[in-house]
Design a protein around this ligand. Structure first.
Ligand SMILES: Nc1ncnc2c1ncn2[C@@H]1O[C@H](COP(=O)(O)OP(=O)(O)O)[C@@H](O)[C@H]1O
Ligand SMILES: [Mg+2]
Length: 287
C-alpha cells in the first residue's frame, strides 16, 4: 500500500525567489524505510516538512503539484489530524524535550496528556513504550540531565507513544557520538520491525546501507536518483552528487574494476563476507 504519494511537486518558500523543491515525484510504501540523502541545502528538511504537512499549513509559500497522504490531499487535512498519523523527530533532541517535566516518564506522557487521554491509559502506554525501547533505567531521571543520545531516545519515545503510522526523522544522530547513534538506530530497527513507515534523513551512509530499504537522493531540490538501497549505494554516480558510498561498496567496485568477478557489490560487513566467500569458492578456496 502507498501511504504517501507526491506528484510533480514544486515548492517555493514565502521568502526567497527560487524553487526549493522541483518536480519531485515520490511514492512511499507502507512498512518501508526511506533514507533521504543529499548535500546541505538540497531540500531534505523541506521535503520532510511537506510530508508532515508543515508545508503548506505552517510555511505558506507556493506549492504546486500533489501531495497525498492515504490518498487524501495534504491541503484537506487539519494539521492536528496529520500530527496523529505522522510523528516528527527533530535533528536537535534539546528542542524536542518540553522542559516542563521532571521525569522521563512524565516527559513521554506529555503528548498523550495534551490529547486528554485518560490517566490510567497514559500510564499503561508510557510503560509499554519504555519497555519496548529498553529505557526503564531512564524513567525516573530528569530529562534535562540526560546525555544527547539519551535525550534523543526520550524524544523518540515521546513520539512513538502517540502511535503514529509514519515516522519522519530528520538527522537524529547528527549531534550524537557513536554510542548515542547506535542507541537511536536500535530504536529505528524496533520501529521497522513493528511495521512503521519511516522517512529518515541521515548522513551516516554505513547505517543507511544497513537499515534503509530505499534511498532517495536530492540535489538542488530535485530527486536525481531513487531506488532500492542496494542499487543506489552500489553505483558510483551517487558520489557525483556529494553522497559517499559505503566503504565495502567502494572496495567491491575497485575489485570489479581490477577484473575480480564479484557476484554483487556488497554494502555491509556481512554482505562483504558472503560475497568474498563465494568468490573464493569459485577459485576452489573454502573459508
Ligand atoms: N524557512 C525558509 N525560508 C526560505 N528558504 C528556506 C527556508 N528553509 C530552508 N530554506 C532554503 O531551502 C533550501 C533547502 O533547505 P533544506 O530543506 O533545509 O535543505 P537540507 O535539509 O537538505 O539541508 C536551502 O536553499 C535553504 O536555504
Ligand atoms: Mg536539513
Amino acid at each position: 500500500m502507498d501511504i504517501v504519494k507526491i506528484k510533480d511537486l514544486t515548492y517555493k518558500y514565502p521568502i526567497g525567489d527560487e524553487n526549493v523543491l522541483k518536480d519531485v515525484n515520490l511514492t512511499i510504501e507502507k512498512g518501508k524505510l526511506y533514507a533521504l540523502v543529499g548535500s546541505n541545502g538540497s531540500g531534505k528538511t523541506t521535503l520532510c516538512n511537506v510530508i508532515r504537512g508543515f508545508i503548506p499549513h505552517f510555511h505558506h509559500g507556493e506549492l504546486k503539484g500533489e501531495v497525498l497522504i492515504y490518498d487524501k490531499d495534504i491541503r484537506e487535512y487539519e494539521l492536528g489530524e496529520l500530527a496523529l498519523k505522522i510523528g516528527f523527530v527533530f535533528q536537535n533532541p534539546y528542542t524536542q524535550i518540553s522542559g516542563v517535566k521532571d521525569t522521563v516518564f512524565e516527559e513521554i506522557a506529555y503528548g498523550l496528556e495534551n490529547l486528554g487521554v485518560e490517566v490510567e491509559t497514559i500510564r499503561q502506554k508510557v510503560a509499554e513504550v519504555i519497555q519496548l525501547l529498553g529505557i526503564e533505567y531512564l524513567q525516573d531521571k530528569n530529562p534535562q540531565e540526560l546525555s544527547g543520545g539519551q535525550k534523543q531516545r526520550v524524544a523518540l519515545a515521546s513520539i512513538i507513544v502517540m502511535e503514529p503510522d509514519i515516522l519522519v526523522i530528520d538527522e537524529p544522530t547528527s549531534q550524537l557520538d557513536p554510542q548515542g547513534t547506535e542507541e537511536v538506530f536500535k530504536i529505528i530497527e524496533i520501529m521497522k520491525q513493528k511495521g512503521k513507515t519511516i522517512i529518515l534523513v541521515e548522513h551516516k551512509i554505513e547505517l543507511i546501507a544497513e537499515y534503509a530499504d530505499h534511498v532517495v537522493l536530492l540535489q538542488d531540490g530535485e530527486i536525481v536518483t531513487q531506488g532500492k538501497t542496494k542499487d543506489i549505494l552500489s553505483d558510483e554516480r551517487a558520489m557525483n552528487y556529494g553522497v559517499p558510498l559505503p566503504q565495502y561498496a567502494i572496495l567491491g567496485i575497485e575489485m570489479k574494476k581490477k577484473g575480480i568477478n564479484l557476484q554483487q557489490i556488497p554494502l555491509t560487513e556481512n554482505e562483504s563476507v558472503a560475497v568474498m566467500r563465494s568468490w573464493l569458492a569459485t577459485k576452489g578456496v573454502k573459508v
